[in-house]
Design a protein around this ligand. Structure first.
Ligand SMILES: Cc1cc2nc3c(=O)[nH]c(=O)nc-3n(C[C@H](O)[C@H](O)[C@H](O)COP(=O)(O)OP(=O)(O)OC[C@H]3O[C@@H](n4cnc5c(N)ncnc54)[C@H](O)[C@@H]3O)c2cc1C
Length: 397
């Protein structure tokens, strides 16, 4: 089925126009803040506010929520271009879009109005609070559990990582479903961010230093039942929007590394030999390998994003695409790492300085452990290939 609208996601010119629009926006509103966010570990508040004001933070929503309605295809293009300027800002953006998408897809009309309209009207942002140390990268399975108290639920847990932790206006927080001990019974709650009892711990990491992905404590947080999302364990396990968003982030990092490397080899001259680094075939070949892998990954990313748009249009579950999104996640995060290493290689000793190359090298490592970690994804993909079952919840279940 083809989606034939003025927003034709199969038309290269349409996609290119969108890319140019967001690139100009990023150049003016995101790039100026990147250095300070990375060096000082500041949250990219100004950039995120600017994105919200211009409507990009409502990219998936339809007109009823004052959204841009650009679908998953628009989402991955915009995310890639933001992450090309800065992986931290790209991650904050991707997590916001993916967490708000949960409310958009599974929320009631009341939930959508109360939580999603303020994204456009007031610049509010959200994120996922999911991972817990007890189950590590098996993020679809929390051991913490909500307790029901009349019309309210009480949440008590510590999330091991939460991008935009302490900065988000509201969270899509996951925990075990109340009133059952079934491991697969997990729930999403929408929780107001700025309240006593939600405590963000510091984020000190190798890279993506501006995105505040540290631990997040919820202490006796009460949530009314009207803010419980109606998502199934399968929806929670297969988090399509979050993972395709991550894929776009790491593609942007790979492209940034290639761009910086090309720029460096072209302008770095050897005055003794009267040539530039670009005159060395070995360096050109290395750059060509990165370029080819980026182009093929981008084609795959756009193909999956279009598939998500088609599934959404047809009212089918997006979970159909998750397996492929996980495969691409492994490919594109390893590519970001490869591209950053190659960029540092061709930039020589200057690549090793505190510089764009060193930043990209640190940032690029962030994608590999993010859920699904590449090891877990490879294990699950490999089991699928040989017809072995995946143990999702606990041994034997
Ligand atoms: C930059 C960043 C941002 C993040 N943002 C968020 C966020 O916004 N929200 C959120 O909820 N979480 C977030 N996370 C958490 C992330 O998604 C993972 O849940 C977390 O990194 C898992 O780390 P762990 O040390 O607990 O993993 P562990 O599970 O302890 O894994 C340690 C190692 O063992 C491997 N391993 C573990 N189990 C298996 C298995 N079954 N098969 C094969 N290998 C296995 C892993 O691949 C890894 O190499 C973020 C993490 C990072 C690094």
């Amino acid at each position: 089925m083809a989606i034939a609208t003025e927003k034709n996601i199969y038309d290269r010119q349409y996609l290119q126009k969108l890319r140019e629009e967001i690139t100009a926006f990023v150049d003016a509103n995101v790039k100026p803040n990147v250095k300070i966010n990375d060096v000082d570990g500041f949250f990219p508040r100004e950039s995120i506010n600017a994105l919200g004001k211009a409507g990009w933070n409502s990219i998936l929503f339809d007109e009823s929520l004052k959204g841009l309605d650009l679908g998953y295809t628009g989402f991955v293009i915009v995310t890639e271009e933001i992450a090309k300027a800065d992986a931290s800002t790209g991650l904050v953006y991707a997590m916001h879009i993916a967490a708000s998408e949960k409310i958009y897809i599974y929320g009631t009309e009341d939930q959508k109005k109360r939580w999603l309209l303020p994204v456009r009207d007031e610049g509010k942002i959200t994120t996922f609070a999911i991972s817990e140390k007890a189950t590590g990268g098996h993020v679809w399975y929390n051991l913490s559990r909500a307790i029901q108290d009349g019309d309210e639920y009480i949440l008590n847990f510590e999330k091991s990582f939460t991008t935009s932790g302490g900065e988000a206006d509201f969270y899509v927080a996951q925990t075990g479903t109340a009133n059952t001990t079934e491991p697969s019974a997990q729930s999403y709650f929408i929780v107001a961010g700025q309240q006593e009892g939600i405590i963000a711990k510091p984020w000190k990491a190798l890279g993506v230093r501006g995105n505040q992905s540290g631990p997040l404590v919820f202490k006796n947080i009460r949530v009314h039942k009207r803010d419980l999302l109606d998502a199934t364990p399968e929806d929670i396990y297969q988090n399509s929007a979050a993972i395709i968003g991550l894929n776009a982030v790491w593609l942007g990092v790979a492209q940034a590394a290639l761009d910086a490397a090309i720029d460096h080899v072209k302008k770095t001259e050897n005055k003794g030999f009267h040539n530039s680094l670009a005159d060395h075939q070995i360096l050109r070949v290395k750059l060509a390998e990165v370029a080819i892998r980026i182009k093929s990954s981008r084609a795959w990313l756009l193909d999956i994003a279009r598939h998500l748009d088609e599934l959404k249009e047809a009212g089918k579950p997006l979970t159909e695409a998750t397996h492929e999104i996980n495969e691409l996640k492994v490919q594109v995060t390893e590519l970001a790492d490869f591209a950053a290493r190659t960029a540092m290689d061709v930039a020589g000793g200057y690549g090793y300085h505190v510089s764009i190359f060193e930043k990209l090298y640190r940032d690029a490592r962030g994608g590999i452990p993010m859920a699904p970690s590449n090891n877990i994804a490879l294990d699950q993909i490999g089991k699928g290939l040989v017809g072995l079952p995946i143990e999702l919840w606990e041994k034997g279940k």
